[in-house]
Write a protein that binds this ligand. Structure first.
Ligand code: PMP
Ligand code: GLN
Length: 389
């Protein structure tokens, strides 16, 4: 095989994702896993029933249509209308993908040329860096700094160059929990229009906002035609293993993303598409109860982490809490997370792996609260014994 590295240079340093490493550590040590963001309770039974019935009735067991089954594309368009007043044509402006992950990959691979610059909030969700690299483009971080984790919009302006092709935004933001305000999205939209930038918005936590509301960029003046909005069923309906995601955008943008998507998976999740179509039509009470339940869990874990000595940065959205471990006499989040299972039987995620400017996130550690109350309470008890150990 010679001396040449097997992994190409675009992916150098991107070995195993932190989620795989930390979930494996949780299993190996029998720890409570507050690392990877997946609920320990499945979504609505009646929705699972639709998926099971679809499999048994032979609906979706063979390749579904490339853009997604019409029922789901229609339900996605209706959801955008119902929650945001945004109108999309289900035939030309909606694309079903294998989770938001594939939507992001396809969008970045389709829309970027080598050498293009992509401005994204840092800490970045890990697949952003990998997909920007696979597209041969360059990521330009806009660091969200503690304690507020607000984007500095003057800095954003200063980062835009003639090579900037797109802004990659995530609101509500994983891992900080920042939810962009109307004022922030207005300035971002003005900059995008002024510099003729494309915008990809990752909105997978759109229904998990505890303070303020979710503001889709596509709703702002001049943005509908330049925004590729991405979301998925995993978080909203607590079925992260189904991997049903979607893109909504203009016919031209959808066609571009579809071109890349068809050579990644072509299609996926046939029977689950029928179930997600039903899920998107659940009554408002489903969405309100889901949010209220997670809000309560946020407060439970937030109080527990504070009592255990962490500095807690209260998230406005998502199901993650970012903390600072310095008050515990710790400095390095990666070392801390690697030793935490042994010290007290809890797994968390070190935010530093989501940074280029690693100093900004070195002492930050993320915990998820999408777990049963009893599990959160047990984790809190264990963490409370951490000081002095
Ligand atoms: N974007 C963000 C910000 C995420 O946290 C995640 C993880 N769920 C994804 C995208 C991927 O979503 P999916 O599981 O639908 O591929
Ligand atoms: N989105 C989830 C998180 O941030 C995990 C997804 C994954 O494992 N890639 O924890």
């Amino acid at each position: 095989m010679g001396t040449r590295s097997l992994l190409n240079r675009r992916l150098t340093g991107m070995g195993t994702t932190i989620f795989v490493e930390m979930s494996a550590l949780a299993v190996a040590t029998g720890s409570i896993n507050l690392g990877q963001g997946f609920p320990d309770t499945d979504g609505p039974h009646e929705i699972a029933q639709v998926a099971a019935s679809a499999v048994l009735a032979g609906r979706g067991n063979q390749y579904p249509p490339g853009p997604g089954i019409p029922e789901l594309r229609t339900a996605i368009a209706e959801h955008q209308q119902r929650f945001y007043g945004l109108t999309y044509d289900p035939d030309t402006e909606v694309l079903v993908t294998a989770g938001a992950t594939e939507a992001l990959a396809a969008a970045l691979l389709a829309l970027l040329e080598p050498g293009d610059e992509v401005i994204a909030f840092e800490p970045f969700y890990d697949s952003y860096a990998a997909c920007i690299a696979m597209a041969g483009a360059t990521r330009v971080p806009l660091t969200l700094r503690a304690p507020s984790f607000r984007p500095d919009l003057d800095e954003l302006r200063s980062l835009i160059t003639p090579r900037t092709r797109l802004l990659l935004l995530n609101t509500p933001h994983n891992p900080t929990g920042t939810v962009l305000t109307p004022e922030e999205v207005a300035v971002i939209a003005e900059l995008a229009v002024e510099h003729d930038l494309l915008v990809i918005t990752d909105e997978v936590y759109e229904h998990l906002v505890f303070a303020g509301t979710h503001h889709p960029l596509a709703a702002l003046p001049g943005m509908r035609e330049r925004t590729v909005a991405i979301s998925s069923a995993g978080k909203t309906f607590s079925f992260t293993g189904w991997k049903v995601g979607w893109v909504t955008a203009t016919p031209e943008l959808v066609a571009a993303v579809r071109t890349a998507k068809q050579y990644l998976t072509f299609v996926s999740a046939g029977p689950f598409q029928y179930a997600v179509a039903e899920a998107l039509r659940l009554p408002d009470t489903y969405f309100a109860d889901f949010r209220a339940d997670l809000h309560r869990k946020r407060d439970l874990l937030s109080a527990g982490l504070t009592a255990a000595g962490f500095r807690v940065f209260e998230p406005q959205g998502t199901y993650f809490i970012t903390t600072d471990i310095t008050p515990l006499g710790e400095r390095d989040g990666l070392d801390f997370c690697r030793s935490l299972p042994e010290r007290c039987g809890v797994v968390a995620i070190p935010n530093v792996v989501f940074y280029d400017n690693t100093d900004a996130g070195r002492s930050h550690v993320r915990f998820t609260f999408c777990k049963q109350d009893a599990v959160l309470e047990r984790a809190i008890e264990r963490l409370a014994g951490l000081q002095g150990r």
